[in-house]
Structures are given as structure tokens and as C-alpha cells.
Design a protein around this ligand. Sequence first.
Ligand code: SAH
Length: 264
Amino acid sequence: MGKVWFVGAGPGDPDLITVKGRRLIEQADAILYAGSLVSDAAMQWCKPGCEVADSKAMALEEINQWLIERACAGKTVIRLQTGDPGLYGALIEMVQALDKEQIEVEVVPGVSSAMASAAAAVESLTLPEVTQTVILSRVEGRTPMPEGEEIEALLAHHCTVCLFLSITLLKKIQQAAQAAGWSPESPVLVVQKASWPGEQKIVRGTLSDIRERCIAEKVTSQAMIILSPTLGAREWPELKKSKLYDETFSHRFRKASAKPEVSA
Ligand code: SAH
């Protein structure tokens, strides 16, 4: 019996796959990749004779069947997924089908597009005393949201919110943010095809104009939306310093070299 590896390909740049993911591609007998979202440049590492197929036009049932047939033939099989396999990747639907056949599975994490989008724009998703929380979510479209996860409810936290699969729903986001008390001037970041060589687009705007800016830039698919009170911090004149690097703060790897200032 073979084995199926679910490998995170990363956000687009083939160099952003993990070393482990790349090694597995070099060893695999069969690779099924999501062609619309995973760069076929990753296939340059596969060994001669490795069977490669694109799942773009396949339904989930066909994908499962493809993986099962090859694993049952004793092959080392890779399902190459965009970003990280555990985010909006139908991972469990596939794993359950393989479990039924008692096929061994393993998951190799990947760099999610949420992280790649922040990196592209040189933004930090957390900042001391600004926000220490990141929500990864989506806006309700055809897929219903579980109770309590409506976009208004998530935005009420005023933390960093990264929205997948929602670029056509910017109007809804604007309305929800306003209802949750975000100022119309709040910065919003949209990154399309983050990390894809020559294709990445960064659109910055405010809650009130981000939709028009995205339309003007023709950013209507494959984009990450980030709302965060940390956006633009690179330009701020003053930052609260992270305690980790504060010289008055001891931690496991360093003793404080100075006494904290005593405030009156
Ligand atoms: N597992 C993936 C997400 C798959 S869902 C991950 O971890 O990134 C597909 C959605 O992810 C897209 O609608 C878009 O919102 C986002 N996405 C995927 N690749 C992207 C990229 N390179 N740049 C920006 N957003 C991306």
C-alpha cells in the first residue's frame, strides 16, 4: 500500500514551498495539483516518469478516486495544495475517503496566502498594544457561515482580520466594518496573487475607497483582504516596543540588562 501526502505548495512563488515539500515532490510517483492556484513550476522537481495531473476540472469524488487508485497500486502520492492544506482546502473530505480505504496519510504545512500577503506589503499582523490577535476567515457568500462568525461579529474584535475567498464581497465588508465601529478612514490592504513572480498586485486604500481601487486595478479574484489596526505602522513616528526585545524584560534566553523605569 502506498501513502498520500497532502503538501502545502505555498502561496504561488515556487521558492516558498518547504524543503520537506520539495523533497517529497522529488520522490513522488504521482502528483495531483490544483492547477488554477499552484504554480506548475513546482513540477520541475519531480522525477522522470512521475505521473502529474491537474485537478482543475475534477470534482472531489474524482480527486479522491485518483488518489485512492494510485495509493492502492503502492505509489507515493502527493496532493499538492495551495498555501496551507488546512485552510479552505477540503482536506478532511479527502482524508476521510482515504481513511475508509485504510490508506496512510500525512500533511505537510505550507505558507498561507495570508502570511504571504502581509509579507508582500511589509506589514505585521500583530503589534504590541495595538492588536495581538489575527482572525482568518471569509465572508458569507454561497457558503453559509456558522452562527457567531458573521463578518460583523468578527470585526467587532477590532483585531487583524484576514479574509479569504471574499474579494467580490467588498461592499458587504465595508457595511459590516462600519456597523462594527471601524472608521471609514481605516486602512485596508488587498493583495492579489501574493508572491507570484511578476503577477502580484498590492492595493492599499481605506474602508471607504478600497472597493473602487480594486475595481480600477482589476483585482477581482485570487486576492487576500486584510483589515487591521496595524496597517501602515512602518510610517508611524512612534511604536510601542515589543517586550521581547525590551532591555528591561527577562525571558528564557536573556536576562534583563536594565531595570524598568518606575513611573510616578
Ligand atoms: N489554503 C490556501 C487558501 C485556499 S482558498 C492558503 O492557505 O492560502 C483560496 C483563497 O485564498 C483565494 O480566494 C484568495 O482569497 C486566497 N489566496 C490564495 N492564494 C493567494 C495569493 N497568492 N495571493 C492572495 N490571495 C490568495
